[in-house]
Design a protein around this ligand. Structure first.
Ligand SMILES: C[S@@+](CC[C@H](N)C(=O)[O-])C[C@H]1O[C@@H](n2cnc3c(N)ncnc32)[C@H](O)[C@@H]1O
Length: 314
């Protein structure tokens, strides 16, 4: 039995991005908007994970599950129970309500539907009933939409969260660097999720805006006003949202310098580009371990490519 059950939700066009993220967080792809794993990830650190059940009890026989919930002798004021209906669960609405009522009677204390102190959930999957604690994404990170400084054509918060998760592989002990941090879209999401991250940008004004954004939300992360080639610290993983010659000038020398310099100070690099940069990656002594394409439909349609790279031999 796995320790955690995750439920996902996202628009159809983010299917590949979600599966890409889950490959690096869970070493498996989310399927049918659910995933069972022993790895523990906070739902709010991903744009795709909506709920996590920390499994307390599981049984193929519903009546036996109820008996074991009673044996737990749970006493809590202000609890709330939810039914998490996963794909392929045929349980009808009325039956789901009855089951929640059954479990409610097994817990000692008054429920609170509006301001619960603790959430529990029941779900069914492939012949097993699961009961456990429920943890939900509270969408608090959506406050970052109101950051005081933004950048035309910045990556979305969804992509920023994915980059942090793919670079760190969900390990909060890893030290991260955003080599071209701009106004700090990635740094904000990393700070929100509790990662140790620093930012770097060659443009002093952009750095200033990045620091302003961080301060606005009460986060502290060092932002280096520097060409990434002059940074002499070592990090576990790097993130690069390359300048794509639209709002920040770029050419082949700039691209090569940024990728090679970041490769020197990290083991793993996650790069966002709008062009084919395979030869730059190889010249920097990196090997490509995964990729993902994201189509942006808007005033100017274009595709962003995310490249996950590791030092050759690592
Ligand atoms: C596409 S933007 C990054 C946007 C950022 N992800 C955000 O959300 O604001 C690329 C950034 O790379 C920076 N840059 C260009 N060359 C650099 C270098 N050699 N070292 C560090 N930053 C560099 C530019 O100033 C620009 O802010």
């Amino acid at each position: 039995m796995h320790k955690h059950i995750y439920s996902f939700n996202y628009p159809h066009n983010e299917n590949d991005l979600c599966k890409f993220e889950s490959r690096h967080l869970f070493h498996q792809e989310e399927k049918d908007k659910m995933l069972f794993s022993d790895i523990k990830i906070e739902p709010s650190s991903s744009a795709f994970i909506k709920k996590r059940i920390d499994v307390l009890l599981a049984n193929p026989d519903y009546d036996k599950l109820i008996e074991s919930i009673k044996e737990e002798k749970i006493r809590i004021e202000g609890f709330k129970l939810e039914y998490l209906q996963l794909e392929h669960d045929p349980t009808e609405y009325k039956d789901r309500l009855n089951k929640l009522r059954d479990i409610g009677h097994c817990i000692e204390g008054e429920p609170d539907y509006y301001n619960p102190t603790k959430l529990y959930a029941l779900c069914w999957h492939e012949g097993l009933w699961y009961f456990g604690s429920l943890i939900k994404d509270d969408f608090d990170w959506h406050k970052h939409k109101q950051k005081p400084r933004s950048f035309s054509n910045s990556i979305s918060m969804t992509i920023a969260k994915t980059l942090v998760n793919v670079a760190s592989q969900g390990n909060k002990d890893k030290k991260l660097i955003d080599a071209c941090c701009g106004v700090g879209t990635v740094v904000l999401e990393a700070c929100f999720a509790g990662y140790d991250i620093e930012g770097c940008d060659i443009n002093w004004k952009t750095c200033w805006h990045s620091r302003e954004n961080l301060e606005h939300f009460g986060y502290s992360a060092e932002i280096h006003r520097s060409d990434i080639k002059d940074l002499d610290k070592i990090y576990d993983a790097g993130i690069i949202d390359l300048p794509y010659n639209l709002y920040a000038y770029s050419d082949d020398d700039i691209t090569a310098n940024i990728i090679e310099s970041t490769a020197k100070i990290t083991q793993r690099v996650v790069i966002v580009s709008t062009t084919d940069i395979e030869s730059f990656i190889k010249n920097a002594g990196l090997k490509i371990v995964d990729t993902c394409s994201i189509k942006k439909i808007g005033k100017t349609d274009f595709t962003r490519e995310i490249w996950v790279c590791e030092k050759s031999g690592s």
